[in-house]
Design a protein around this ligand. Structure first.
Ligand code: OX2
Length: 829
C-alpha cells in the first residue's frame, strides 16, 4: 500500500532521475549498459544485432516512462475508453516508428554514430511482426498510431501468435510457405505481464441452478486455458500519450485438468496441458475463408473472453453500477472475427453479474460498434451451430435468445414476410445449421461502418439491405486511411524533409490537412528539381534491392510500375501480367525505329497467395515464367523488365512504395471494400492507375481525374456486363495474349490451362476481357504522361498534396466523434 510505504516511496524517487535523459552521453551510457547487462555481451565486443538489441532496450525504457504516465493519467481522469478488438495487427518493425514518435531519432542516431554504429543499419536488424494478413491488419496498426497521436483513451486487444504470416519463398517460380517463428530472436517491444492472466473456458455443459431463489444458468466447462497478457506500448507523435496494445498468449491452466494427474500418467498429463498453447500458436493465412474450423473459433473466443474480463476488471475497479458501463466503455468490432464478444458480455452480465435480460440487453445495444471490411456475401463468416454449441454451449443459448427476441420484434414491424425473416435471422437453416456472425453484429451494434463511401453504398443496397431498410440510422462509413508517420516520415525520410522545407513546418506530421499547401508549388521549377531528386534516391534504393535479390540490373530511367498486395482473382494481378505480355508482344513486332518511342518500364509485382488458393499460386508462377522470358530476351533490353518481389511485407513495402513511379489498383469495380495500399503510394507522390473502386473514387475527388489513370467498368456496370455473358465481345488483343499462354509461349501450358479457362468465355467473372482495352488505353496514357517530365512531376506533387484525406488521423477522428463518442485525454508533459 502506497500510504504505508510513503517514506520509502519518497526515498525511491530521490534515488532515481525523474526521467531518463536524452543527451548523447546519457544515451551512449544507456546503450552500453544494455549491451553489458541486458544482452549480456561485453561492451568491448558486440555485433550489429546485439547493438540493435541494446538500442531497442534503451528506447523501450523511454517508451515505458511515457506509457506509465499515460496509464496513470487515464486512471485518474477515468474517461470513456474505446476497446479496439481485432484478431490481426500487422505492425511490421517498431524501432524507427517509435523513436520518431518519441522525437528522439536524431539524438539516438548521433549517440550511435559516436559509438561507431549507423542507426539505419541497426534498424534493419529488426524482424517484422506479421500478426496479420493484409489490409485489415495493417489498418488496425495505422489506427493504433492515430489513436495514440490524437490522445484518445484507447486499448487495442488481439492475439499474440507465435507463428506470424508464413514467409513466402519462391522455388522455380512456385510459392512455398515457410513458418515465421518470429519470436526466435526475442521481442524487445513487448512486456510480459505474468500476473495479468485470466482463465478462459471451453466445452462442458450448462445447468440450471437456483441462486437466492432466482433461476440462473451455470456453465461447467470441460477445458480451461490461461490467457497471459503481453503489452505493446504504442506511442503517439507530438504527445506524451502512449497507449496499450494488449495481446493474449495461451498457457496451460493450473486450475483445470488436475484430475488426469491423479490417474498416474504424469507425462501424458503434462503433454496434454501443453496443447493449450496451440490456441495462440498460429495466424490463419487465408484472409477470407476459415469457415467451420474449430481452432479458429477457439482463437476468437479466447481473445474475446480474456479482453472482456480485462475490461470488466478495469470498470469494476472504479464503478459499482453497470448502468454506467456505456458511459465508460465503447467496444469496436474489427470485422466479425471478435463478434463473440457480444455473447460474452451478455453472458457475464446475466450469469456472473446477475442483471436481468432487459438491463443487460440495454447495455449491449449501447456499447458495440461494428466495422465490416467485406463486399461479397460469400465473405461473411458463418459458424456451424454444432461446432459452436459444443465449444461454447452457453453462448449458443444466448445467441438463440437474442435471435428469438429479434425475430419476434421484427414480425411486429414487417409482418410475416418469411423470406425476409429468413434472410435476417441470425440462424441460417439448412443441411448445416449456421450462425451468421454478420447478422449478429449488425443486430447488436449501435453503428455499422463501411470502409469507403462506395462500400457503404453497397452495404446499404446489397449486403445489408434488409437491415438498412429497418434501421437506416445505424449505417455510417469511415473511409480508411494510413498513418503518415509510418508511410512518409519513417519510410521516406527524404520526402519528409522536402515537404517540411516547402511547407515551412513539420506540423503536417500531426495535421495532415497542411499537405494541401504543396499545391501552391505544383509548378515551381525548384521544387520540381528537388522532388525528382527524392524520387531518384528512392528508385536507387529499390533498384539495389532488386539487384541484390534477383541479380537483375534495372534502368533508373525506366518507369517503376508497381502492383503489390495479396494475390486475389478480384485484384486482377492477371490483368497486369496479360498487359505486360501484350507490351512485350508489341515491342517484339515493332520496327527498330519505333522502339525508340517506347517508354521503358520496370514492372514490379509482389504479394502472397493463401496456401490453399490454387489459382492465386498459378498467377505467381505465370508471373515468373513471363519474367524469365522477357528478362532474358536481349532483343528487349531495358525496354521492359518484370520482377516478382518475394515475401512482400511491411518493411519491404516501406522500401518499394517510395521508389514507385506508378502503382496499379486493378480490382473489378465493386470488389475492393476500400484499399489502403493506394493511399500509401499516393502520399509518396506515386501516380495511380486504377479502377473506380473502393476509396479510389474518393481519391479522384481529392486530386482530380486528370492526375490519375482511371479505367474499366464502374461498379454499377459490372452486373450488367456479367449478364451479357457469352454475347460480350472480347478484344482481339486479349484473345491473342491468352492464346500465347495456351500455346506454350512461356512453357507450362498444361499447368496454366485452368487459369486461361477461368478468364475466357462466360467464366470471366472478374471481367478481364471486358476491361482489357480500357486498361491498355490507361497504360498508354501513363506512358504519354511519363515522357513529359514536367507534367509527370506536377501530377506527382498534386497526388501527394491531395492525399491528406487518406490519413487514419481523419478516420479515427470521425470514429471518435460519430461512432464511439469519446474525447481526447491528453497526458500533461
Ligand atoms: C480488407 C479489404 O479487402 C480492403 O478493401 C480494405 O481496404 C481493408 O480490409 C481495410 O479495411 N480482410 N481484409 C480486408 O477485408 C477482409 C475481410
Amino acid at each position: 500500500d502506497f500510504g504505508e510505504r510513503k517514506g520509502q516511496a519518497e526515498r525511491m524517487l530521490g534515488l532515481m532521475d525523474v526521467f531518463l535523459k536524452n543527451d548523447p552521453i546519457s544515451l551512449q551510457k544507456d546503450i552500453l549498459h544494455h549491451v553489458e547487462y541486458t544482452v549480456a555481451r561485453s561492451r568491448f565486443s558486440f555485433d550489429d544485432f546485439e547493438a540493435y538489441q541494446a538500442l531497442a532496450h534503451s528506447v523501450r525504457d523511454r517508451l515505458i516512462e511515457r506509457w506509465h504516465d499515460t496509464l496513470i493519467h487515464f486512471k485518474k481522469e477515468d474517461p470513456k475508453r474505446v476497446y479496439f478488438l481485432s484478431l490481426e495487427f500487422l505492425m511490421g518493425r517498431s524501432l524507427s516508428n517509435i523513436v520518431i514518435n518519441l522525437g528522439i531519432r536524431d539524438q539516438f542516431a548521433d549517440a550511435l554514430s559516436q559509438l561507431g554504429f549507423d542507426f539505419e543499419v541497426l534498424a534493419e536488424q529488426e524482424g517484422d511482426a506479421c500478426l496479420g494478413n493484409g489490409g485489415l491488419a495493417r489498418l488496425s496498426a495505422c489506427q493504433m498510431d492515430s489513436l495514440a497521436t490524437l490522445d484518445y483513451p484507447a486499448v487495442g486487444y488481439g492475439l499474440r501468435y507465435q507463428y506470424g504470416l508464413f514467409r513466402q519463398v519462391i522455388v522455380d517460380g512456385f510459392q512455398h510457405e515457410q513458418p515465421d517463428y518470429w519470436l526466435n530472436f526475442g521481442n524487445p517491444w513487448e512486456i510480459e505481464r505474468v500476473h495479468i492472466t485470466y482463465p478462459v473456458k471451453f466445452y462442458g455443459t450448462v445447468t440450471d441452478e437456483f441462486l437466492n431463489g432466482e433461476k440462473c444458468k451455470v456453465w461447467v466447462p470441460g477445458e480451461m486455458v490461461e490467457a497471459v497478457a503481453y503489452d505493446n506500448p504504442i506511442p503517439g507523435y507530438g504527445t506524451r500519450n502512449t497507449i496499450n496494445l494488449r495481446l493474449w498468449a495461451a498457457k496451460p491452466s493450473d486450475q483445470h485438468d488436475m484430475e488426469s494427474f491423479n490417474t498416474g500418467d504424469y507425462v501424458d498429463a503434462v503433454v496434454n496441458r501443453q496443447r493449450a498453447e496451440s490456441i495462440s500458436s498460429i495466424l490463419y493465412p487465408d484472409d477470407r475463408s476459415y469457415q467451420g474450423k474449430e481452432l479458429r473459433l477457439k482463437q476468437q473466443y479466447f481473445f474475446v473472453s480474456a479482453s472482456v474480463q480485462d475490461i470488466f476488471r478495469r470498470f469494476k475497479d472504479t464503478h459499482k453500477k453497470f448502468d454506467e458501463f456505456p458511459e465508460k466503455v465503447a467496444l469496436q468490432l474489427n470485422d466479425t472475427h471478435p463478434s463473440l464478444a457480444i455473447a460474452e458480455v451478455m453472458r457475464v452480465l446475466l450469469d456472473e453479474e446477475h442483471l436481468s435480460w432487459h438491463r443487460a440487453w440495454d447495455i449491449i445495444c449501447k456499447i458495440f460498434s461494428f466495422t465490416t471490411h467485406t463486399v461479397s456475401p460469400e465473405g461473411l463468416e458463418k459458424i456451424p451451430v454444432d461446432l459452436l454449441g459444443n465449444l461454447l454451449p452457453r453462448h449458443l443459448q444466448i445467441i438463440y435468445d437474442i435471435n428469438f427476441n429479434f425475430v419476434e420484434e421484427l414480425k411486429k414491424m414487417i409482418g410475416l414476410d418469411y423470406d425476409r425473416l429468413t434472410r435476417m435471422s441470425i440462424v441460417e437453416e439448412g443441411a448445416v445449421k449456421n450462425i451468421r456472425m454478420a447478422n449478429l453484429s449488425v443486430i447488436c451494434s449501435h453503428t455499422v461502418n463501411g470502409v469507403s463511401r462506395l462500400h457503404s453504398e453497397l452495404l446499404r443496397t446489397k449486403l445489408f439491405k434488409d437491415f438498412y431498410d429497418l434501421w437506416p440510422h445505424k449505417f455510417q462509413y469511415k473511409t480508411n486511411g494510413v498513418t503518415q508517420r509510418r508511410w512518409i516520415v519513417v519510410s521516406n525520410p527524404s520526402l519528409c524533409a522536402l515537404i517540411s522545407k516547402w511547407l515551412g513546418t513539420e506540423a503536417w506530421i500531426r495535421d495532415i490537412d497542411l499537405l494541401i499547401g504543396l499545391r501552391d508549388y505544383a509548378t515551381n521549377a525548384e521544387l520540381h528539381q528537388e522532388w525528382k531528386m527524392v524520387k531518384k534516391v528512392n528508385k536507387i534504393r529499390l533498384a539495389e534491392y532488386i539487384e541484390a535479390m534477383s541479380g537483375l540490373k534495372v534502368s533508373l530511367d525506366a518507369m517503376f510500375d508497381v502492383q503489390t498486395k495479396r494475390i486475389h482473382e478480384y485484384k486482377r494481378q492477371l490483368l497486369n501480367i496479360l498487359g505486360i505480355i501484350h507490351r512485350y508482344d508489341c515491342i517484339k513486332n515493332m520496327y527498330k525505329n519505333d522502339r525508340k518511342k517506347v517508354v521503358p518500364r520496370v514492372c514490379i509485382i509482389g504479394g502472397k497467395a493463401a496456401p490453399g488458393y490454387e489459382i492465386a499460386k498459378k498467377i505467381i508462377k505465370l508471373c515468373h515464367v513471363v519474367a524469365e522470358r522477357i528478362n532474358n530476351d536481349n532483343d528487349i533490353g531495358d525496354l521492359l523488365k518484370l520482377v516478382f518481389i518475394p515475401d512482400y511485407n511491411v518493411s519491404v513495402a516501406e522500401m518499394v512504395i517510395p521508389g514507385a513511379d506508378l502503382s496499379q489498383h486493378l480490382s473489378t469495380a465493386g470488389h475492393e471494400a476500400s484499399g489502403t495500399g493506394s493511399m500509401k503510394f499516393l502520399m509518396n507522390g506515386c501516380l495511380l492507375l486504377a479502377t473506380a473502386d473502393g476509396s479510389t473514387i474518393e481519391m479522384v475527388e481529392e486530386i482530380g481525374q486528370d492526375n490519375m489513370f482511371l479505367f474499366g467498368a464502374k461498379a454499377h456496370e459490372v452486373v450488367a456486363l456479367r449478364k451479357k455473358g457469352p454475347t460480350l465481345k472480347v478484344p482481339l488483343q486479349f484473345s491473342r495474349v491468352v492464346r500465347m499462354i495456351r500455346d506454350g509461349h512461356f512453357g507450362f501450358e498444361d499447368y496454366f490451362k485452368s487459369l486461361c479457362d477461368k478468364i475466357e468465355g462466360t467464366s470471366d467473372y472478374f471481367l478481364l476481357g471486358a476491361d482489357f482495352m480500357s486498361y491498355l488505353e490507361a497504360q498508354a496514357a501513363a506512358d504519354k504522361a511519363f515522357v513529359d517530365e514536367e507534367r509527370w512531376t506536377k501530377m506527382s506533387i498534386l497526388s501527394a498534396a491531395g492525399s491528406g484525406r487518406f490519413s487514419t488521423d481523419r478516420t479515427i477522428q470521425e470514429y471518435a466523434e460519430n461512432t464511439w463518442d469519446i474525447q481526447p485525454c491528453r497526458c500533461p508533459f
